[in-house]
Design a protein around this ligand. Sequence first.
Ligand code: GLA
Length: 380
Amino acid sequence: MNAADTFRSRFNRSPAGVWSAPGRVNLIGEHTDYNGGYVLPFAIDLRTQAAVARRDDGRVRVLSVQRGGDAVEFAIEDLKPHAGSGWAGYAVGVVWALRDKGFDVDGLDIVLDGHVPNGAGLSSSAALECAVGLAALELSGIALPLEDLARIAQYAENEYVGVPCGLMDQMAVSVCRADHALFFDVRDDVREHEPFAPDDDGLAVLVINTRAQHAHAGGAYAERRKSCEAAAKQLGVAYLRDVARSELDAALRTLDDDVLRRRARHVITENDRVLTTVDLLRNGRLSEIGPLLTASHESLRDDFEVSAPELDTAVDAALASGALGARMTGGGFGGSAIALINTGDVDPVQRAVAAAFEREGFVAPQFLSPKASAGVVRES
Ligand code: GLA
């Protein structure tokens, strides 16, 4: 049953509407967003639907089609930052965040139907936050630019769920357009929609969901963020983004710690790789971005140390079997890798990656070939 049917059968009334938001794949620009840097994600054609109706008794009820079971129910007066509250926390966290920012949002009944795989590094949480956030705003008669919705969703994740993420995922999920990637300059808050249709060039971006999720991911993310902030402080800049590629050597000489040097080198070179990638895209040279993707992976693996054996295996096997470039995507420590592949080579690459996973004794990976899709919308 879909979200609307489940809503009717479980809540004995009709939803006021159905909203949906996509997952995202980041093409390049990893661990740069919280450094004020550049990212280049696109939204994918896997979405989370939210069937929603207002309540006027100050309560929020959330049900999930996938999880089944009883609705999780809260009084909105009782919602407190850092309350977490499991999977439902992403939904009620947005209600909390909207109210904390002064928006007059009342109770809601919510049924979620999620088709973005969880824990795959494809932003299933941002999809959930933004679908519920747009529903809550519209049902409260509040018109807000989608980039502001993205910020509120990030605020919910930072302050309610307690994950210190950057803004990339929520922004991609909110404002992306079909057949475009989003070039987002986080520090300057500038967004450009870059035409992105690999099909037209005989290319495909294959997503390899490794299904691996390493337990230390949350703490390590926060720790990477702290190291970047410490490096920026030593360099006397607000963000590592403020250090240009041409200033890399001087910056590395200034930093007094090898770990900070490697973290900073990743961020500074990664920002530069995003700019080069965007330049190639703008010149119709998508087939040439492969080496940049692979260099990004090496930097994330060796300098930023956020890869995982499953991700390295996926990248190595893809490259050895004909991919033009490959890298982990998202926060790392598991989740997904992407590979840029000539359309005719997709099958051999998939077979090679699957065989490598079997050899290593890893769980079989899931392959996805997502299309660049639109951000959050009201569907009905
Ligand atoms: C996660 C975070 C993002 C970003 C990426 C790494 O997806 O939610 O804000 O930092 O990791 O690029």
